[in-house]
Design a protein around this ligand. Structure first.
Ligand code: ADP
Length: 181
């Protein structure tokens, strides 16, 4: 069911599933700038991980759009939660593509700093923040692939897509990227 590509000895996987169930070294949260528990992925992570994640996040304070910060993971199977803030989609011409790429790159950079082998991402910004899947998928995949190509860590990136529509959009975007390279 999943899809897997290798790049420079590292792996990118696309799977359908639930980000809160991942046992990678880190999982990425689709956070908001105030790092206050919300809905979607964020709500699910805080519900399952318990209050320690929000307590740690509160001490950090704010995380501007396009940036990412790290907390522990409470009761989750992972070691770290990397809170990345994607852009709210307006018209696609308000810097959203650059900010979305930056959110992925920043989360990957936090993982690299911690020398983590594996990290799992949800599809940032494509829920409550309204980014169209077809626009977001190639940006996410391009950013991840170029990071894997150029850096030593992380060695495995898993995109965890919630439902078939998201999975198919990412698979199609990956096939199109493969044709270009
Ligand atoms: P944002 O506010 O950045 O748009 P959301 O959490 O609203 O973040 O949604 C981001 C994406 O994550 C959406 O495509 C949504 O369908 C998906 N999603 C929701 N719950 C989960 C989950 N448990 N695991 C993985 N993806 C999820």
């Amino acid at each position: 069911m999943g899809v897997r590509v290798q790049i420079n000895g590292k792996t990118l996987e696309l799977v359908m599933g639930d980000i809160t169930e991942q046992d990678t070294d880190a999982i990425v949260n689709a956070a908001n700038e105030r790092l206050i528990p919300g809905g979607g992925v964020d709500g699910a992570i805080h519900r399952k991980g318990g209050p320690s994640i929000a307590e740690e996040a509160r001490k950090i304070g704010l995380c501007p759009t396009g940036k990412a910060v790290v907390t522990g993971a409470g009761h989750l199977k992972t070691r770290y939660v990397i809170h990345a803030v994607g852009p709210i989609y307006r018209d696609g011409k308000s810097g959203e593509p650059e900010l979305l790429a930056s959110a992925y790159r920043e989360a990957l950079t936090r993982a690299e700093e911690l020398k983590l082998n594996s990290i799992a991402f949800p599809s940032l910004s494509t829920g409550a923040y309204g980014y169209p899947l077809e626009g977001a998928a190639p940006i996410a995949l391009n950013t991840i692939l170029s990071f894997l190509k150029n850096r030593e860590y992380p060695r495995l990136v898993r995109m965890v897509l919630w439902g078939e529509a998201a999975f198919l959009a990412y698979r199609k975007a990956l096939e199109e990227l493969a044709k270009k390279n």
